[in-house]
Design a protein. Sequence first.
Length: 157
Amino acid sequence: KLPELLSKAKPGFFKNALALAYGKALAGRKVYEEAHEALSMVKPEDAADPAALFFHKAVCEHALMFKDGADKSIDRLLVDVGDSPERYRMVAALMHFDMLTWQEKDLGWIARKMSNIQRRLDLKRGGKETQKQQKEVLVRLDEMIKEMENQQKSGGA
């Protein structure tokens, strides 16, 4: 949940600067859900540091497996912000190339989902959302096991 100061601040420079600083700090602590929410409040054209906005937003979206959002944020960083720091550009490119390998519900998906679950548990967020993600992983693992069993029964590898 966003702090009251941020949620009730009037639109303008102060709110944008505060949301960006707060989002960057949360992203650095791997509190990606709230960081993404705070960063999404900032209009890129009003951001004091658009490179930081797009970079940290992409980091959150990549970690939360929001592929489309991460692609858009990375594109905006690499194309629209000409003077972005080289470290932002390099990490953004690495995130982009990583996402090119993503496939829906393969072992990589399970690994990313489990990593996110671990992050949430480390942050003491073992509530309903974490349990939902755990169930998704278990269901997918069960499906994969059944698929492999069926392949063996039908004479597959």
